[in-house]
Design a protein around this ligand. Structure first.
Ligand SMILES: Cc1ncc(COP(=O)(O)O)c(C=O)c1O
Length: 402
């Protein structure tokens, strides 16, 4: 056996203290008057969304941990019925196993640290891996047993997606067919995986990719053990113009047909964003207003990075909280800056907020559960590890409260 890699206890477990529970975000502001950003979990929303996938997707749903690795998020999804997790590193595997010991982890990163696959296999019982190059396939074959599925990742970028996930990873169809045959010839279970990109707006992207996958399987001449249609399912951010997730399930169901070409392992998906965006909001405070520029206590280096990365295609619905005060319904367009001493820490587009916005007001951003805390840095000493639970009857974050 090759080198193995030791993994330390994930440092995120420090966040695993019992979270304070509030009936609403207004109650959070009343009680804490928070000067630092707070992530507000809506556990009932997370569980509902998990159930939407578990009952609606025509196969197994894996949560892509990268979108939000907070232990409480993982546990709520588990309680909502998610039993399978797409993990990309040993830390993610260890995190899932610590909080949901009987969950199944899939190591779905193409690029793994030396020894990581070996430790995942031996210490954590992982039996599902992915590769797109023969060197990695051979490395996994040296490790594999009869229960191991080696998925071969196929390029599948679709222009309906906001982010592409095929320039770094994925093999061309002919090479995919060759690698599928190599796995089958070695007596192991070949799977096929693709990702149409992240934040996909149209279900036809999955129809096209599934048709391409079926062609590759036919050309390879082997029976695949499973088909992984990846993540990419959308969250309905304001102005995005995406189809609802149910339309994606329907398109995938139709495109698979009777599924006879799928082998015994069936169908799976690995959504990140669509499982967690809705069930978490981000509470921030206005710390300075200079003319038309509003400075928040969080920004591009913290929980708001995706607004920049997506060039504002991702937008968070918002609500201003001013305890004891009335907020104007008239809107004004403001530039938004984060708190760091860096001119890059400004959102790429203006945001419409109440015309009488004032220093000290709080803003709750909804749909902020994906790629917020997950990608946040500690730049300039600005960072938050503060999470609360919102559990009042009928409490809903902005974007779901209409
Ligand atoms: C391999 C893989 N699976 C799943 C995902 C999750 O994507 P999304 O959050 O768009 O569902 C990603 C995102 O980068 C990914 O790279």
């Amino acid at each position: 056996m090759n080198q193995t890699l030791a993994v330390e206890t994930p440092d995120v477990t420090r966040q695993d203290e019992l979270l304070q529970s509030f009936r609403s975000v207004d109650a959070v502001v009343d009680a804490l008057r928070p000067a630092e950003p707070i992530y507000c979990l809506y556990p009932h929303v997370l569980r509902q969304v998990a159930d939407r996938f578990v009952t609606g997707f025509p196969g197994r749903t894996l949560f892509a941990v990268k979108a939000n690795p907070h232990p409480e998020v993982i546990r709520e999804l588990y309680d909502g019925g998610i039993r399978h997790f797409d993990t990309a590193s040993l830390r993610e595997v260890a995190l899932v196993k610590e909080h949901c010991p009987d969950a199944t982890c899939y190591f779905m990163a193409i690029c793994k640290l030396a020894g990581a696959a070996e430790t995942a296999f031996v210490d954590y019982g992982v039996r599902n891996f992915v590769a797109d190059h023969e060197s990695e396939v051979e490395r996994l074959l040296a490790l594999a047993d009869d229960e191991t599925t080696i998925h071969i990742r196929m390029k599948a970028f679709d222009p309906a997606s906001v982010y592409e996930l095929s320039s770094k990873f994925g093999a061309e169809p002919e090479e995919v067919a060759r690698l599928l045959r190599r796995v089958a010839d070695a007596g192991r279970r070949p799977g096929l995986a693709f990702n149409v990109g992240s934040l996909c707006r149209h279900p036809d992207a999955y129809r096209r990719a599934i048709a391409a996958a079926e062609e590759v399987v036919t050309a390879s001449g082997v029976a695949i053990a499973s088909l992984d249609v990846g993540g990419g399912f959308p969250t309905e951010y304001p102005g995005l113009g995406s189809h609802p997730v149910g339309a994606f399930f329907e398109a995938i169901r139709e495109a698979i047909g009777n599924g006879s070409w799928l082998g015994d392992g069936g169908l799976m998906c690995e959504p990140g964003r669509a499982l967690v965006a809705e069930g978490q909001s981000l509470l921030v405070q206005v710390i300075l207003i200079k003319d038309d520029m509003v400075f928040l206590n969080d920004g591009v280096y913290g929980g708001l990075s995706e607004l920049t990365m997506s060039d504002n295609i991702v937008q968070y619905p918002s609500r201003v909280i001013r305890p004891g005060g009335v907020v104007s319904t008239a809107k004004h367009s403001y530039a938004i800056s984060g708190p760091t001493c860096d001119s890059y820490d400004v959102l790429p587009h203006k945001m419409d907020l109440p015309a009488d916005l004032a220093v000290g007001d709080w803003i709750e951003f909804g749909l902020a559960g994906a790629y917020t805390n997950a990608t946040s840095t500690r730049f300039n000493g600005f960072h938050t590890d503060h999470w609360v639970r919102i559990e009042g009857a009928g409490a809903m974050p902005p974007g779901l409260d209409g």
